[in-house]
Design a protein around this ligand. Structure first.
Ligand SMILES: Nc1ncnc2c1ncn2[C@@H]1O[C@H](COP(=O)(O)OP(=O)(O)OP(=O)(O)O)[C@@H](O)[C@H]1O
Length: 300
């Protein structure tokens, strides 16, 4: 049983699809050190849709990368299911990721020379695994891709490409799907569709999804929103709505404004970011993020 002081969303270890204790990540050394994650304790409950939100630079992508074993940690421990991944060798980590984790990124990362079906089964092919045909059929039908399987990415709309990326993430029936701004490159309708599919993946297919987003409307599709600020999980919200998430995000903006002086360019930009995110649920311009990274993680 979680104690009152437990982290938001805390669950017993056996119900956690991923878990971290004291997770700390520092980039750089000496004066240029950035503490991206500051002793984070987090539990990702199995069979739930968890959203991770927070101001630009708060550590959302870093948290996702460390939980997924895409990045090393500076201190602390991380588990995927019952397996501790901190301390695993590269090869073991690669195999574990390949077998047990699905990924969706803002840029769809499809291979242009392969058709949709080949893209969907690519991770399985690389792993030398045979797809479970029944499962694959369910995923393809759930995502409405049946009549697009022979199309190459260039012959698909952005929304269809993201649906292919979603099917690829689901194809191996992973224990956990990590989605980093999966609607970031889509118009609002296509974005809503993808969020609906992620929701269905949890409700109908029993999957576990963790999604990093800037968009309160997107976070409203989740079961639990974890709020990050300055590398720490500072709050959690069950049964979120776009309005309640937006209100919570505004409080970050207010705090930031107080630190930087009311009416400062930083405060105005931060408030503008959130307001814009709420107004345009699925359209996020990477150029508007304060550090200019736009949460883009294509390089991983
Ligand atoms: N490879 C890196 N080298 C140095 N600093 C980094 C690196 N990656 C991230 N950081 C820094 O770590 C902090 C957290 O970054 P992170 O990308 O996790 O934040 P985020 O909340 O995902 O931001 P955004 O919403 O803008 O995508 C930021 O200060 C960022 O500049």
């Amino acid at each position: 049983m979680p104690t009152p002081a437990a982290a938001p969303g805390a669950v017993p270890a056996e119900r956690a699809a991923a878990r971290a204790r004291g997770l700390t990540k520092a980039y750089g050394t000496g004066e240029t050190t950035v503490l991206a994650l500051d002793a984070v304790d987090v539990d990702i409950a199995r069979g739930r849709f968890t959203a991770v939100m927070g101001p630009s630079g708060s550590g959302k992508s870093t948290l996702m990368h460390c939980l997924a074993g895409l990045d090393t940690v500076s201190a602390g421990r991380v588990w995927l299911g019952g397996t501790e991944i901190t301390g695993l060798r590269d090869r073991e980590l690669t195999r574990l990721r390949r077998d047990r984790v699905g990924f969706m990124f803002q840029s769809f990362n499809l291979v242009p020379t392969l058709d949709a079906l080949e893209n969907i089964t690519l991770p399985l092919d690389i792993a030398g695994r045979r797809p479970d045909r029944d499962w694959l059929d369910r995923v393809i039908d759930a995502l409405g891709l049946r009549d697009r399987l022979k199309h190459r990415p260039a012959q698909l709309s952005g929304g269809q490409q993201q649906r292919v990326a979603c099917a690829r993430a689901l194809a191996s029936r992973p224990e956990l799907i990590f989605a980093d701004e999966p609607t970031g490159n889509l118009d609002s309708r296509a974005g809503l569709e993808v969020l609906g599919f992620l929701r269905d993946a949890v409700d109908r297919l029993g999957q576990t999804v963790v999604m990093v987003t800037h968009d309160p409307g997107a976070a409203a599709h989740s079961d639990l929103v974890l709020f990050l600020a300055d590398g720490r999980i500072v709050d959690g919200m069950e049964h979120p709505t776009a309005e309640s998430v937006l209100e919570r995000m505004k409080r970050f903006d207010a705090i930031r404004g107080a630190y930087e002086g009311d009416g400062s360019a930083g405060a105005a930009a931060a408030a503008g970011d959130t307001a814009r995110a709420a107004a345009l649920p699925a359209e996020r311009d990477p150029a508007t993020s304060a550090d200019g990274t736009g949460g883009a993680t294509e390089e991983v």
